[in-house]
Design a protein around this ligand. Sequence first.
Ligand SMILES: Cc1cc2nc3c(=O)[nH]c(=O)nc-3n(C[C@H](O)[C@H](O)[C@H](O)COP(=O)(O)O)c2cc1C
Length: 213
Amino acid sequence: MNKFIKLPVILSTITFLTSGLLMLSESATHEKIAEQKKLLLLTSLEQLIPPHLHDNDLTVNTREINEENLLGHRQVQTVYVGTLNDIITVVAIPVTARNGYSGDIDIMVGIKSDGEITSVKILEQHETPGLGDLIVAHKSDWIKQFPEQSFNTVQQKDWKVKRDGGQFDQITGATISPRAVTMAVKKALLYHQHHFTANHNKEKIETKKEKKP
Ligand SMILES: Cc1cc2nc3c(=O)[nH]c(=O)nc-3n(C[C@H](O)[C@H](O)[C@H](O)COP(=O)(O)O)c2cc1C
């Protein structure tokens, strides 16, 4: 083969093979992240919907929602519903904070029927190690200020970080990430208030029972 043709052919082949390998490795990484996220969710569910508050199979009682405006979702997400004797006791609501320092922060908020938070879990985040990632439970205690809080203990207008005049601590030198999570948790509480209050709960159960033969 003419050397003027041979070199470009070799270079194109190398480029083609390299980009193919990169694509394969990228798709494998995405799959791995998705798998890890699912595993984390399943282990987190135990804290979001504690065993003493449900007698149902959490993987069966689910609702698919896609609430871009209310909960920042970018795709269909799963709400996990805990029930005791067919009455909803706790729900785990997924919410995406789109205003993290480094993009989206995927969060799950466990909320009891009376509006009290059981737990808040960060499922995926890309915040800076040692700064924004202190929002994650095993990196600092910051997120532990949410359990047992509700709109009864902290008024809606105060559901902000202290830097913004609210009641929740921020993280020194990294207010952006805590602000994003705090606002997202508030969104989950508001969503719960509108979709899972006592009346709505009763309505759903009755609808479900009517369908039984
Ligand atoms: C390289 C770098 C990475 C940063 N990463 C984060 C982060 O992950 N989360 C965050 O809230 N702030 C981060 N910050 C700080 C923000 O730019 C901002 O200054 C801070 O959130 C404001 O908080 P403060 O008002 O408490 O200083 C980072 C800053 C730099 C220079």
